[in-house]
Design a protein around this ligand. Sequence first.
Ligand SMILES: CC(C)(COP(=O)(O)OP(=O)(O)OC[C@H]1O[C@@H](n2cnc3c(N)ncnc32)[C@H](O)[C@@H]1OP(=O)(O)O)[C@@H](O)C(=O)NCCC(=O)NCCS
Length: 156
Amino acid sequence: MIDGGHLDRVGRPVTLRPVDDDNWRAVADVAPRDDQRRFVAALGARYLLLSMRSGVWTSLAVYADETVVGHVMWGVDDDGSHWIGGMLIDAAEQGRGVGRATVQTLATWLGAKDGNPPVRLSYHPDNTHAATLYGSLGFQPTGAMDDDELIAELLL
Ligand SMILES: CC(C)(COP(=O)(O)OP(=O)(O)OC[C@H]1O[C@@H](n2cnc3c(N)ncnc32)[C@H](O)[C@@H]1OP(=O)(O)O)[C@@H](O)C(=O)NCCC(=O)NCCS
């Protein structure tokens, strides 16, 4: 379990846990709002399959207290940079501070790994909700793109 000590806005501890035999169904069922489907997969299930098949990404279940409320994944690029991806908080749980706590927790954990690697993520330029969140946590666009997404790096 990755526990950065962060709470959401209603006081629930937000933790990141391995996907296992007990929680995988709940993670697979995590879904964005319909209008967010142009930015992310329609279900957490897509990211779980990507993690299983790619050998690059590791999916994590996002918990608020003891409830699965989202999915996030991390991976290491060839240049050693560590990436956050598959950031998806269930539509019913958005706006409660879970996304902020999730990114804070994972970014801090990744950045503390051996050699303090750069921590990066990407987002669609039209995804203002995500851009605001990442920017407020210290992620700045690098000027590079990954397909149609802006790449941002955590500047400490
Ligand atoms: C983006 C996402 C992960 C944020 O998670 P969340 O739990 O809703 O976010 P939080 O409640 O922690 O809010 C974090 C910040 O987002 C912004 N935000 C929250 N709700 C918002 C809304 N309805 N409109 C615009 N910005 C909003 C605010 O800047 C907020 O800052 P604050 O904490 O100072 O209030 C979530 O909305 C989501 O899963 N969206 C669909 C998938 C997606 O776009 N993922 C990112 C791909 S790069």
